[in-house]
Design a protein around this ligand. Structure first.
Ligand code: ADP
Length: 468
């Protein structure tokens, strides 16, 4: 790249030198032509002044040429018809053709003076011809001098031209080199920093560069690196959560499987003979398998919530019939626990996914029954306030200690593990509720007093974007 910049720089510079040189030499040539023409005209007028047209003209033009002291200079005197009367470079005029067609003669006859530049066949060099009318009679005076413009001075100017080209090129090479370096050096440094990408946790450090574009590259890399770091952290966090979840889930499954195996082995060995005991063991096996089913169902629910969020279908849901349905399905459990359910529901229609909403109510009401006291009460209230649906599930149960209030929403967290297991709990119910609430950008709030009861208040937006 450095080479390419360098080369381009030199090419541009040579072009500039060539163009400016050409324009400059054209302008100088014009000035020179003008000056020479005026000088020659002046010489002609002086000659006209000194010539006596009655005397021998050839002698006079020869002596004028002698004064000029320039071999190629040529004086000519012509009449108005273009006939040569005298010429410093010729002796026999009979062979000389008529000059009336010559540019400088035509112009002189028309304007009083004229000039032309052309290649002289006689002298075999480019010549400048200047002519003017005599002030003493019908004569035309003409002077011709070799003239090749600026080329005439090439010899004299060559050292200066070579010197200036040399110095300009020298300085330019230095500058081009510096300029190319000022671009490639930051790029090399940025590339060097980027090699750190191979490292585990790259820390980039970029300097402040002279060119804003370089700083923009450095800043963008920094931003990208920070974004990558952030998402790596997120991925690592999610990996850990998942890992913890799987290890907890396997642990949760291991216990019931071990106990089921134990009961089966006892029954298999024929060690248990008592029919009552056999029945009890079978009932325990049934209970453990029910617990496992509950756990697997909850795990599946969580996995559905996590992975299928994009496919959730939202529709208008009438909340009251849905709550009624949940309460009815939980009625046997309520009876078993000697708990009464009170339902107070306004006719509300909200945008939601029926399955998710059902899951939310089931888990909250199920807990309110499970962790209640015999003769206790569960009240379910659904109301609206501006654009929100407010769901309150309150019980007169055992309550939740202060230090566990935040943690009950964690996966597999249980306050009283024994009671939870006995009631078929999995420790996942409230984390499913929290998941659903978060999906709707809602809030969940818990108030609880030990041995008095608990109150869960959920607020959800009534009209969520159906395409969400
Ligand atoms: P579980 O399947 O064990 O019920 P949850 O996630 O639903 O799991 O609840 C977590 C823990 O919070 C329960 O084990 C229980 O100790 C406590 N809990 C939940 N709801 C109530 C409630 N209404 N009253 C008292 N304790 C509750």
């Amino acid at each position: 790249m450095k080479r390419a910049i360098f080369k381009k720089f030199i090419v541009i510079l040579s072009l500039v030198l060539f163009l400016s040189g050409s324009i400059f030499s054209m302008a100088i040539s014009d000035i020179m032509l003008d000056k020479t023409r005026n000088n020659l005209l002046y010489t002609l007028r002086m000659a006209d002044f000194s010539i006596d047209y009655q005397k021998n003209l050839k002698e006079q033009v020869d002596s004028l040429k002698a004064i000029e002291n320039e071999e190629a200079t040529r004086f000519t005197i012509l009449d108005f018809e273009g006939n040569v009367l005298a010429d410093s470079n010729l002796t026999d005029y009979t062979k000389v053709e008529n000059h009336s067609g010559r540019e400088e003669i035509k112009e002189a006859l028309k304007m009083g003076e004229g000039y032309a530049k052309r290649y002289s066949d006689t002298m075999r060099i480019p010549m400048l011809y200047v002519s003017c009318l005599s002030g003493k009679g019908d004569y035309i005076l003409r002077i011709a001098v070799p003239f090749s413009g600026l080329l005439q001075y090439t010899g004299m100017l060559l050292p200066a031209i070579l010197f200036s080209i040399g110095t300009t090129l020298g300085i330019s090479i230095l500058l081009a080199n510096q300029f190319a370096r000022s671009i490639t050096k930051p790029l090399m440094e940025i590339t060097e920093e980027l090699r750190k990408l191979k490292e585990q946790n790259p820390e980039f450090h970029f300097k402040k560069y002279q060119y804003e574009e370089m700083n923009m590259i450095a800043d963008t890399i920094m931003e990208m690196s920070n974004a990558v770091k952030e998402s790596m952290k997120q991925i690592e966090f999610e990996r850990m959560v998942r890992q913890e979840f799987f290890s907890n889930a396997s642990h949760e499954l291991k216990t019931p499987i071990t106990s089921v195996r134990g009961y089966v082995e006892l029954l298999e060995n024929g060690l248990v003979t008592d029919e009552g005991q056999k029945k009890e063991f079978l009932a325990r096996i049934k209970k453990e398998t029910q617990n496992m089913t509950n756990l697997i169902n909850d795990i599946l629910m969580i996995s559905r919530l996590e992975t299928k969020e994009a496919e959730v279908v939202l529709s208008k849901v009438r909340v009251c019939p849905l709550v009624s349905e949940v309460c009815t399905s939980l009625e046997p459990l309520a009876k078993q626990c000697d708990v009464t359910i009170e339902m107070n529901c306004r006719p509300i229609v909200m945008t939601a996914n029926t399955q998710q909403l059902k899951e939310l109510f089931t888990n909250l009401i199920n807990n309110a029954i499970k962790y209640n006291k015999p003769g206790g009460k569960v009240s379910v209230t659904v109301t609206t306030e501006s654009d929100e649906v407010i769901i309150v599930v309150e019980d007169t149960g055992v309550g939740i200690p202060e230090e566990s209030k935040q943690r009950v929403f964690e996966r597999f967290y249980r306050v009283d593990k024994g009671r939870s297991k006995k009631m078929g709990g999995t420790g996942l119910g409230l984390s499913i509720v929290k998941h659903v609430v978060n999906y709707y950008n809602g809030t969940i709030h818990l108030e609880s007093t030990l041995n008095i009861g608990s109150k869960f208040t959920v607020r959800l937006p009534k009209n969520m974007d159906e395409k969400h």
